[in-house]
Design a protein around this ligand. Sequence first.
Ligand code: NAP
Ligand code: F7E
Length: 324
Amino acid sequence: MPKALITGFTGQDGSYLAELLLSQGYDVVGMVRRTSTIHYHRVEHIQDKITVVPGDLLDQVSLIHILEEHKPDEVYNLAAQSFVQTSWSQPVFTGEVTALGVTRLLDAIRLVDPKIRYYQASSSEMFGKVVEVPQKESTPFYPRSPYGVAKVYGHWITVNYRESYDLHATSGILFNHESPRRGIEFVTRKITYHVAKIKLGLADEIRLGNLDARRDWGYAGDYVKAMWLMLQQDEPRDYVIATGDTHSVEEFLQEAFSYVDLDWHDYVVQDPRFMRPAEVDLLVGDPSKAGKELGWEPTVSFRELVRMMVDSDIKLLQDGGTPM
Ligand code: NAP
Ligand code: F7E
């Protein structure tokens, strides 16, 4: 039975990846950091099938101990300070976790077992102020936030360890991917949760920042499959994972509100608190290399994604639940 370690197991992608690996017959080890309250809401349905271990990307000793004790064949590094807005208020912390955390983990692999296959969660935020449309593997990076800068470091240290130590280390450059398990602070989930609240009479407005930004939004369940496929290749290579389709925040609003027969203009308040010091205006990826070499393609359209998230949030509220 192959064994995989997932860092960021409690996050959106960690939960979908754990489900996928379990369905493929893996023994799954999920790393969680210590917090004063336990929040396993995304993974509680599979918790008894997973070996949950404490560890932190800030603490290299914890990483070495996990690798020595559990001996994984594959490591998926999904842990990060992943919210772009927070990276301006906590730039050093973001660098420690999202950039240097990658080196701590790669170096632990080099020391304990260099045969381990490694996946790095790189991001379309590395393209930032884009120099090419659409963005592909060879497009130069121009990050626009401390988060984007930290991800560029994580990306290049992964390439460097592959070339320096012959590690099977792969970097997936994933464009935005969403789901009903998306954190409530990200714009898609913030919108669908508020649409559900407004529809049910529990709120009467939603406060947002820049509505013109365009993103290539896909479904997280599709994207974790690409991560797994990357580690099954003989040669480690880097891949863009995207839909090739782009929409503005305003288009997302339009789609979500009209689905429940409401007009978004009646409820949206623009609030400078949600504007960013530097914006990424347009992202759209070219996933053709992943299509050709991995046989990967997205299965959920923009419209299906929006509706899936709105439906889920309406059900969550009707069942008396709270957002993840
Ligand atoms: P997420 O929901 O924010 O999950 C992040 C995970 O990282 C959580 O499990 C979190 O644990 C964990 N974490 C944070 N700091 C840590 C630390 N110091 N040590 C150990 N674990 C730590 O993010 P996601 O959307 O699933 O994204 C997964 C990865 O892909 C991230 O690296 C993100 O930057 C990257 N990415 C995401 C997207 C996207 O659109 N979703 C696109 C490209 C790249 P807690 O539960 O304790 O907070
Ligand atoms: O913002 C605009 C905001 O926070 C999307 C992370 O997973 O994907 C994600 O980063 C856009 C931006 O995601 C609000 O200005 C307007 O232009 O949902 P977001 P993100 O910054 O694209 C990448 C690929 C990652 O790697 C990251 O980890 O929406 N926007 N009004 C808003 N955004 C938020 N959050 N809140 C607003 O009120």
